[in-house]
Design a protein around this ligand. Structure first.
Ligand code: RB5
Length: 148
């Protein structure tokens, strides 16, 4: 599986740790920045990762900012993106199984490294269940289409 990574300055260090962890697990990782702790704007990185996921250039995305909120809000403005902020593994698992999330977002100032690894594992190791959940996700897609 090919993963796209993005972070702002507040998420940079956790993004680097997660990228190394997932590379060691055999995931192909593409890093869209940022590449240092120099202050940057999180929407730029939510947008690029959202676009890469939506275009199918990577299969899923991993985003980190201070809280995970801002960068996920930006990614969710890209058509076709369902980015979920998670601070524990249960929500990450359910975002994959029930919401067909295609991006996980986390807060580098919220979760520690070990928790972040558990969260990303739960997201990546679970798949969409479809069925009644597909009907609901289709309703989300309808809203997106109506608002376009
Ligand atoms: C940057 O200070 C911080 O606002 C940002 O990383 C993020 O938490 C926004 O949602």
């Amino acid at each position: 599986m090919k993963l796209g990574f993005g972070a702002d300055h507040a998420g940079y260090e956790l993004k680097e740790k997660l990228k190394k962890y997932l590379e060691e697990k055999g995931y192909e990782c593409v890093d869209y920045g940022t590449h240092s702790t120099e202050r940057v704007d999180y929407p730029d990185f939510g947008k690029i990762v959202g676009e890469k996921v939506a275009a199918g250039e990577v299969d899923k995305g991993v985003l980190v900012c201070g809280t995970g909120v801002g960068i996920s809000l930006a990614a969710n403005k890209v058509k076709g993106i369902r980015a979920c902020v998670c601070s524990e593994p249960y929500t990450a698992m359910m975002s994959a199984k029930h919401n067909d999330a295609n991006i996980i977002a986390m807060g580098g100032r919220v979760v520690g490294e070990d928790m972040a690894k558990m969260i990303v594992d739960s997201f990546l190791e679970n798949t969409f269940e479809g069925g009644r959940h597909k009907m609901r996700v289709d309703k989300i897609i309808s809203i997106e289409n109506e608002e376009a």
